[in-house]
Each structure stands twice: as structure tokens, then as C-alpha cells.
Design a protein around this ligand. Sequence first.
Ligand code: MCF
Ligand code: FE
Length: 403
Amino acid sequence: MIKLKADYVLTMDSKYSIIKNGEIIFDEKIIDIGINLQKTKKEVYLGKNSVIMPALINSHTHLEFSHNKTLLKYGDFIIWLDSVIENREELFINCKGECYKKAIQEMKESGVCAYGEISSTGDDLRYIKHSPLKVVYFNEIIGTNPAVVDMLYQDFLARFEESLKLQNEKLKVGVSIHSPYSVHPILMEKVINLAKINNLPIQTHFMESKAERSWLDKGEGEFKLFFEKNFKNAKPLISPIEFIEKFKNSHTTFIHCVHANDNEFQKIKEIGGYISHCPVSNRLLNVGLLDLEKIKNCGIEYNVATDGLSSNYSLNLFKEIRAALLMHTTLHPKYLAKDLLKAVTINAAKSLNLNNGSLEKGKDADIITFKLPNSIKETENLPLQIILHTNKVDKLYINGKEV
Ligand code: MCF
Ligand code: FE
């Protein structure tokens, strides 16, 4: 049992309580939190301007692409996608032990205790299974060609079963439908059903680009040319609303949603879905900026994630939310900062179905500590100052153990 004390304790509970000169007692779980708690054998005061808060959660990554630095083309979604298809093999071949290690290390240093990993090959599993961080491992299905649906499903099932064998305290399994434009409805149906039966979380990219909007609405635009390279008379296989409805009675997070319309946001809310916002990825692929105000007004809980190094220069979540703070110029920085810290803690925990993301009795003791450069007069400024001044943490505890 450990007791930590800090000048500021951000609980991220439902009241957004910030405790000055606060304390937390934990073993694998959080035992107590507050002020003047019971005496314990091991007590540590973290020093002047110290902060304790829940460890961060990066809900959506693609570590398979971590070898990418300068290879992929940014600035336009379709040009990016073409460059991914062209360089995919080369990137995968070059992403081995060291590459995964570096990617995970960057997350760990920035205070990430858990991440959602989209896996299209299953090759990443052996590298990440020994990592100290928690992972929700989303086996991805992708492919629209009806002639190979069975083969794709068999390949998916083999990967899915391999990952199930490795499930433990730290590794949970989920599934991912790549997107409404890239997966055949028969495949969607099978994979979503599998998730529903086994009560597994799902992630899907949704309405990321203008090209996706025009394709799914009218069968037009840049995706028409893209698909016609491979199939004659290609047509969209599903409408956006039908697509969302398929996830009814599941635990699904819709990634991006930059070009989703009011109806679709309503539908996502109706089925209890979550949204992941990846601002740096959206900027680099130049797809536009998600309307966070609209999402909040719809009552949907959004989280913030980095996406992979296929569309980002860093997996550091503090850098990601600082970028978000600077990009959403119509929102008040002080209030946006509060929401952004929620987005990478409690909201991300809900999206991944994890028992962490806030400092409350009974939650997993996934905790970070760090120091601010100076003191703060009013605690209401704390979230903004944390985002501006934090890049790395001093300590990261996962299930109560320092890692
Ligand atoms: O989220 C970004 C952009 N949108 C879609 N897909 C990906 C992203 N980063 C990596 N991907 C992956 C995706 O999971 O790229 C592949 C899929 O395996 C695209 S299709 C060859
Ligand atoms: Fe992604």
C-alpha cells in the first residue's frame, strides 16, 4: 500500500474535483483519496507544484505503421491513402522489435497507461504482448471484394483467436471495421456479431474525409476514381445511417467523424456510441476540424487520440491535446482544456471499457505524477496550465506498480 501527496490532485470524477494538498492511497486499486487520510507505512510527498492525476489513455493508434517518419504523403486524404497502399509492405517489414519499443516508450513517457491498437495483420501482437502498458487490441477487418469475403473472414478469425489466447489483466481484445467504404456488408455483419456475442469493444473509422462523404452519399468524387482503378462500376455498399445502425447494442467508438452530419451524430448518440477525435491526424491529412461544440451539444462523450505514426509525428498525448487546444480557436481555452483532460482520461476509459481514467475508490490505480514549473493561484486554471507545460511525467503507476 502506498500513499502519495501532492499540491494538486485532479480526480477527473464526475464533479471534476481538484483537491489542493491532496492524498491518494492505493495498492492495485485506489483505496482512498482526499485530505488528511489515514497514516500508512510508505508515504511520499511529491514536492512543490506537484500534480497527481489519472494516467492518460490513447484510445486509437496503429503501431504497425510506427516506422513511418517521412515516407507517407500528407495534405490530401486520397493522396495519403494511395501512399499508404504503396508503402504498406515496406513500412510493415521495417517495424520490428525496436520500432514497437520506441513507439510504446514515447507513450509511456508522456504518461499513457493504456492504448487502443488497431491491428490489420496480427504481426504486432508478439511485440506488444510484453509491454508494460495496457492494450485493447482491435483486430481489423478490411476488404470489399465479394469474391474473397470468405478468405478475408478466415484470415480475420485466425488473428482474432490468436489474440484471444493472450487475453489477460493488461491485454483485452476488440474488433475493428475499417470504415463504411472499405468493408463489405457481409463481413461487417459477421465481425460485428462476433463482437456482440462476446461483448467486445469495436472501433471504426467514420466520415473522415469529404471524399468519403461524397462517395457514400452519391457514389461520386475522388473515391469513385479510387475504386474504379480496381473495380468497374463500383458503387457504395451501404448508407452512412445504415452503417451506424449496424452497431446498435454494441460498444462502439466512431473514429474521426469530421464530416458526419447532424442526423448521424444523433444516431451515434441514440445507439450509445463514442467518438474519437484525432486532431493532428486530421490536420496532416487535411480533412478539416471536428466540431466539438456540436458533439457536446448532442451529449456524446468524445475522447482524443493520436492515431498512428502513419498520420502523426508523435504518440505523445500531451502534445496531441496541446495541438487540439491551439486548433479549436472558437472555444475558450480554459474550458476546452478541462474537456481535453477528460477526453484523454475518463472519456477514453469509457470508450475502451476500462476501469480507470479517474481517481476514485475501487478504480485501477493507473496514476501519473509530474510537476508544474510554478504554482497556480486559482485551481480553475490548472487544466490549461497542465496542457501548456507538460510533455513528460515523473512517475507512471499501472495497477499500482511503478513502470
Ligand atoms: O486513421 C487513419 C486514417 N484513416 C484510416 N486508416 C488508417 C489511419 N491510419 C492508419 N490507417 C490504416 C487502416 O487501419 O491504414 C490502412 C488500414 O489498415 C488503410 S487501407 C490500406
Ligand atoms: Fe486510425
